[in-house]
Design a protein around this ligand. Structure first.
Ligand code: ADP
Ligand code: MG
Length: 265
C-alpha cells in the first residue's frame, strides 16, 4: 500500500473547517491516502454544560466519569464524526466514519485512576483502516477506544481517549509518511511566544520538562515522538489558516516540524 498521511483535526478546525474539508477532498482526488482523526473536546464540553456538568482537564485531557464517557461517545462518535464525514461526502469525496472501537481499531486501558475512563492506547489493529483505504475511502476516526485491558467488573466497554495519541499511534502502526496536527496556534512556541520551526525529539522533550509546553500541546508532542518510531516527519501547524492542509502538502512553510536528526536534509 502507498504511504499514508495521518491528519489530526483539532477542535478549532472543526465547525469552521470548510476549507479543510475542501483540501481533504482535493487530496483524495489527487490519489493521496489519508486517515483523519478528529478531536472535539469543546463540543463535548458544550453538551455537558447543557446538562449542568462541568469538566476538569489534566495536561489537556478530560477527567472522565461514566456520564461523561457516554457524552463523549455520543458527541464525538456521533455528531462530530458524522458532520465531518457528511461534509466530505457532500463535496464529492468518499469518507467513512469510524471510531477506535470499530474493527477493534484502538485497544486501550485506563490511563490512571485519577483520570477516570480516560484511556491510553495499548494496541492498534489497522486491518479496517487498510481495507477502507484500499477500497478508496478516507477513514475518519473518532477518539473513542475499546476498553480491552484490566477492565473492572461492570465498567463500560469503551474509553474516552485523546485524539492526539490516537493519531500518533495510528501513524506509528501504519508507518505513515507524515503526521500532521491542525491546531489553533501557529505551532510550538518558546517561552517568549516565538515560533519554533524545527525541533529534534530531544529538544521537544526538553520543552515539556521545562514547562514551556503545557496543556493540549503536551499530548501532541508525545504523539509526534511516538510516531517518529516509523514516521519520517511530524508537523504541528495552524489549522485556522484557510487551506492550511493543502498548503502543507504542497510544501508550505510555517508551523513546527519535529523530526529525527538523521532525517534533516
Ligand atoms: P487541539 O484542539 O488542536 O488539540 P489544544 O487546545 O488541545 O488544541 O492544544 C493546543 C494548545 O496548546 C494551544 O492553543 C496552546 O494554548 C497550548 N500550548 C501550551 N504550550 C504551548 C506552546 N509552548 N506553544 C504553543 N501552544 C501551546
Ligand atoms: Mg487537544
Amino acid at each position: 500500500m502507498d504511504k499514508v498521511i495521518v491528519v489530526k483535526l483539532g477542535g478549532a478546525t472543526l465547525g469552521s473547517h470548510d476549507t479543510t474539508i475542501e483540501d481533504i477532498v482535493e487530496l483524495q482526488r489527487r490519489g493521496r491516502l489519508l486517515v483523519i482523526v478528529h478531536g472535539g473536546a469543546k463540543v463535548v464540553s458544550e453538551w455537558l454544560s447543557r446538562q449542568g456538568i462541568s469538566s476538569r482537564f489534566i495536561d489537556g485531557e478530560r477527567v472522565t466519569d461514566k456520564a461523561m464517557l457516554e457524552m463523549v461517545t455520543a458527541v464525538l462518535g456521533g455528531l462530530v464524526n458524522k458532520e465531518i464525514v457528511a461534509s466530505i461526502n457532500n463535496l464529492g469525496g468518499r469518507a467513512v466514519g469510524i471510531s477506535g472501537v470499530d474493527g477493534g481499531l484502538i485497544q486501550g486501558r485506563i490511563k490512571n485512576e485519577e483520570m477516570g475512563y480516560m484511556g491510553t492506547v495499548v494496541k492498534v489493529n489497522f486491518a479496517l483502516l487498510e481495507a477502507l483505504l484500499q477500497s478508496g475511502y478516507i477513514p475518519v476516526v473518532a477518539p473513542v477506544s475499546l476498553h480491552s485491558f484490566d477492565r473492572p467488573n461492570k465498567a463500560p466497554p469503551m474509553l474516552n481517549i485523546n485524539g492526539d495519541p490516537v493519531a500518533g499511534e495510528i501513524a506509528a502502526a501504519i508507518g505513515a509518511e507524515r503526521l500532521i496536527f491542525l491546531t489553533d496556534v501557529v505551532g510550538i512556541c518558546d517561552s517568549s511566544g516565538k515560533l519554533l520551526s524545527q525541533l529534534s525529539p530531544s529538544e521537544a522533550e526538553a520543552l515539556m520538562t521545562s514547562g514551556v509546553v503545557s496543556g493540549g500541546m503536551i499530548p501532541k508532542i508525545r504523539a509526534c515522538l511516538r510516531a517518529l518510531s516509523t514516521t519520517s516527519i511530524t508537523r504541528i501547524i495552524d489549522g485556522i489558516q484557510p487551506h492550511a492542509l493543502l498548503r502543507e502538502i504542497d510544501g508550505g512553510s510555517g508551523g513546527t516540524t519535529i523530526q529525527r536528526l538523521s532525517g534533516v536534509g
